[in-house]
Design a protein around this ligand. Structure first.
Ligand SMILES: Cc1cc2nc3c(=O)[nH]c(=O)nc-3n(C[C@H](O)[C@H](O)[C@H](O)COP(=O)(O)OP(=O)(O)OC[C@H]3O[C@@H](n4cnc5c(N)ncnc54)[C@H](O)[C@@H]3O)c2cc1C
Length: 552
């Protein structure tokens, strides 16, 4: 029938290499000195992420969420979770690419940066499976507080083999890790934890209590916070004990969540559950914060990935659809909106790239302040960016055949876990007020672009005054914590974009930096996209950032 002719819609999106066709990213990773093997592996990951097959894995893993199997048919507790085969495909690729741990055993000086780029590229495909991947990446620095335990588990955690299922750790070719801190009565304030740990004669502890959120419960081991004699302490809790018997780990139910539906998030009860101390008794928060510092970085990368994925879909759509006689991509206001989104995405990518390089270089003081500010800002911007990108597709972006609803449901999550917005902003204030070496590292970083642009100089100056004024009025410091965290993140982003302007030949990098300076640092930074970049600037930004153009 004539009415069934479909026209004025873009071709299905596929065949974009999410690494190689991301010119600024590929250039930044190469400029940082990544070796040919790292670049080759990223290119392969980017190619696979852009295939229709992988897009189907992402869709199916979310359309068929995990199912709890608490008991077997005869009533024995099994406490297992079943996943759709697509989840396992996503996990197999992520682990095979080393996104879960490779940098900890890779001597390359750009190992963490290459892994971050991979997590970004692969994260544009699907976010839920990023949770266990990220937690495994993050667990090693904390686990190394107990060298004996680390020696036993590290080979499995760093293996590139995805080996699903609950079996004795020594019998598995690969292991994954999670964490359980949050309880019903307190998540941000973990000091409110009531779970108790009592020492056993053999050096282990018996843990009893509950955890209100415990994601990816099919992981092999967890870092768990519990109250011991000396106070809140961190324990390694394996799901299967070294002798092959199951540890007590009763899954009460799986959460019915807004998004992140492919990932199982459970409630769990411990009843005499066996655990081993990691770090000193009473130092549990400090120990587990080593893990949280790394998952916070992954929140930044994951949010940047969702922003980028949504932008790519928006740019693809407007390139293949006309309204009022003109292609959407050629309409001045649509160019303004999408170029503005592209600037935001580039700024997020530049920031996580710098932070990952700081991990490679062991720049702990810079990371202390910059990761918290980046986590606040990039995660907080994500629902806005994804919502705008979704709107670029009109009604086609609102229906479930499109990946945009999935991205949108995912978009607030990174701002909630691993330090919710207020908590992380207050952490920025705390670090800035109490850790002078962190402030110094930040100032050294910002000094690299001193004199490059008066707007940037003014922002650095303003930031310096704000930091210097902290401590006089704690109430005022708390009330303005979000403002400070956002200013800090944007100032860092501006400096990084200025420095990256020449990474890619052509005017695009300069246009992105100029657009950011013009729209994100001054007083006029508004809540919506489309800030008036102008024809030339908008065109250059989109030429620079649109991965679809490289395939066209
Ligand atoms: C999908 C999902 C998966 C999760 N998986 C895990 C997991 O695997 N392991 C785990 O341990 N936890 C997990 N969590 C829990 C998550 O880390 C917590 O939800 C988070 O830390 C916030 O804790 P809460 O929910 O108790 O909120 P609360 O701590 O009660 O906070 C509520 C609100 O108050 C704000 N707030 C808190 N303190 C202050 C303050 N001093 N000033 C101003 N505002 C404040 C917070 O920013 C937040 O907006 C998961 C959560 C989600 C949504």
């Amino acid at each position: 029938m004539a009415t069934h002719q479909v026209f004025n819609v873009p071709a299905p999106w596929a065949g974009v290499n999410l690494f190689e066709h991301d010119r600024p990213l590929a250039a930044a990773v190469a400029a940082a000195g990544a070796n040919p093997d790292e670049l080759r592996r990223l290119g392969e990951l980017g190619r696979l992420a852009g295939t229709g097959e992988a897009q189907d894995w992402a869709r199916l893993a979310n359309a068929h969420p995990p199912v709890l199997r608490s008991h077997d048919r005869y009533g024995h507790r099994v406490d297992e979770v079943e996943f759709h085969p697509s989840w396992h495909e996503l996990m197999r690729v992520a682990v095979g690419a080393g996104l879960h741990a490779a940098p900890w055993v890779d001597p390359s000086p750009t190992a963490h940066l290459a892994r971050a780029a991979g997590f970004y590229v692969w994260g544009q495909l699907e976010q839920g499976h990023g949770c266990p991947v990220s937690m495994t990446y993050a667990v090693l620095p904390a686990l190394r507080h107990n060298p004996e335990l680390a020696a036993g588990y590290e080979p499995g955690l760093t293996s590139l083999s995805y080996d699903f299922g609950l079996r004795a750790p020594a019998a598995k070719s690969g292991l994954l890790a999670g964490m359980a801190m949050t309880e019903k009565q307190g998540g941000s304030d973990v000091r409110a934890n009531t779970t108790r740990a009592v020492p056993n004669a053999d050096g282990s502890y018996s843990i009893t209590g509950h955890k209100w959120f415990c994601s990816a419960p099919m992981c092999d081991l967890f870092l768990v916070l519990a109250q011991a004699e000396e106070g809140l302490s961190c324990f390694l809790v394996p799901r299967v004990l070294p002798d092959g018997s199951r540890n007590a780990f009763a899954l009460q139910r799986l959460k019915d969540k807004l998004g992140n539906r492919s990932n199982a998030s459970s409630e769990v009860e411990f009843d005499g559950t066996v655990g081993w101390l990691v770090g000193a008794e009473g130092r549990g928060v400090r120990t587990i914060l080593e893990m949280v510092a790394m998952t916070r970085l992954d929140c930044v990368i994951g949010s940047a990935a969702v922003q980028r994925a949504a932008l790519t879909q928006a740019l693809h759509h407007i390139g293949g659809r006309a309204a009022f006689g003109t292609r959407l991509a050629d309409q001045p206001l649509m160019q303004e909106v999408t170029a503005d989104l592209a600037v935001e995405v580039q700024a997020a990518a530049a920031l996580f790239g710098r932070l990952a390089s700081a991990v490679d270089r062991g720049e702990a003081p810079l990371l202390r302040l910059a990761v918290a500010a980046a986590k606040f800002w990039v995660c907080k911007r994500t629902p806005t960016v994804v919502g705008e990108a979704l709107e670029c597709l009109g009604g086609a972006g609102y229906v479930e055949e499109s990946p945009l609803p999935r991205y949108f449901r995912e978009s607030p999550l990174n701002s909630i876990w691993e330090g919710s917005g207020n908590v992380i902003a207050l952490d920025v204030v705390r670090a800035a007020a109490r850790e002078p070496e962190a402030v110094q590292a930040l100032q050294d970083e910002l000094a690299l672009t001193a004199g490059a642009d008066p707007r940037l100089d003014a922002a650095v100056d303003q930031l310096g005054k704000r930091l210097a004024g902290l401590g006089a009025d704690p109430d005022a410091d708390a009330r303005s914590a979000r403002e400070l965290a956002g200013l800090l993140a944007r100032t860092l982003q501006a400096g990084l974009l200025v420095r990256a302007a020449s990474d890619v030949p052509g005017p695009g990098g300069t246009a992105v930096a100029e657009a950011f300076l013009a729209t994100r640092l001054g007083a006029g930074f508004g809540s919506h996209s489309g800030a008036g970049l102008g024809r030339a600037a908008g065109g250059a930004v989109l030429d620079h950032c649109d991965p679809n153009r490289a395939t066209g």
